[in-house]
Design a protein around this ligand. Structure first.
Ligand code: ADP
Ligand code: MG
Length: 258
């Protein structure tokens, strides 16, 4: 059996007295596409932020590849991770946010080149070539010298994807990347994610409210509810055939909307 690329082992997260995640166990295989659905406040973003090392679990372990995110081996015993360890871990993980977080004073191409050059120490010419390639992949080969404010929301989100891809992550995280977009721009962004997913190499975790998209692209769907994984299975099992009542209620809200 293939070793998992992402593992959560009894992960808990509290903010002050508020228990947000209450024992998450999760295994994601390389190249597996996992959709995470669930009501607002159920802890979806917290899972993503912990994988990005933006939040530390209160207890439990998160392992990406062969690295525990927050612990490292020092002379045979596990100690708290240092900055260098965290930087290495982050190198394997790419993320696209709901709000694009592009650098406004840099061109689209510069937005993509900067992290490979400054974080991964990639040669400038090589970073440029790879960035152009990724921008073409997301359909923006003709916008290289434009600035973010000259682009539509959908185009900005596609730049954000290219920017994550140039880092060659093993795991890509998408947190509701279409929910800040005008409805007519959602399709083009989902299309690009679908293309990336079909290439197949990376594991992907997609927090989404687009149920048709999840049915189509995901290998596995998790329903997160009140800080636990309340249901998981194939997209069809979870979205079409589950008799979990809270999941039914959650899904009905979306059916009513579309
Ligand atoms: N930095 C934080 N400080 C305090 N509470 C937080 C913080 N981040 C998230 N929360 C709380 O954790 C819960 C889960 O949030 P989140 O993971 O964003 O849920 P979702 O993405 O599913 O809507 C919410 O109740 C939210 O208010
Ligand atoms: Mg969220």
């Amino acid at each position: 059996m293939t070793e998992s690329i992402v593992k959560f082992r009894d992960v808990h997260k509290s903010f002050g007295d508020v228990k947000v995640l209450k024992g998450i166990d999760l295994d994601i295989k390389p190249a597996e596409k996992v959709a995470v659905i669930g009501p607002s406040g159920s802890g979806k973003t917290t899972i993503i932020r912990m994988l990005m090392t933006l939040e530390e679990p209160t207890s439990g372990d998160i392992i990406v590849g062969d690295k525990n995110l927050w612990k490292m081996d020092k002379n045979g015993s596990m100690v708290e991770a240092n900055e260098k360890h965290l930087r290495e871990v982050r190198g394997d993980i790419g993320m696209v946010f709901q709000h694009f977080n592009l650098f406004p004073h840099m061109t689209i191409l510069e937005n993509c080149m900067t992290a490979p050059i400054h974080v991964k120490k990639v040669d400038k010419q090589q970073a440029r070539q790879h960035s152009i390639e990724m921008l073409k992949k997301v359909g923006l080969g003709d916008k290289l010298e434009n600035y973010p404010n000259q682009l539509s929301g959908g185009q900005k989100q596609r730049v954000a994807m290219a920017r994550a891809l140039v880092m060659r992550p093993k795991v890509m995280l998408f947190d509701e990347v279409t929910s800040a977009l005008d409805p007519e721009l959602v399709g083009e962004v989902l299309e690009v994610i679908r293309d990336i997913a079909e290439e197949g190499e990376m594991a992907m975790i997609l927090v989404t409210h687009e149920m048709d998209f999840a049915l189509d692209v995901a290998d596995k769907v998790l329903f997160l509810d009140q800080g636990v994984i309340a249901e998981q299975g194939t997209p069809s099992e979870v979205i079409e055939h589950s008799d979990n009542e809270r999941l039914q209620t959650f899904l009905r809200r979306f059916r009513g909307m579309s």
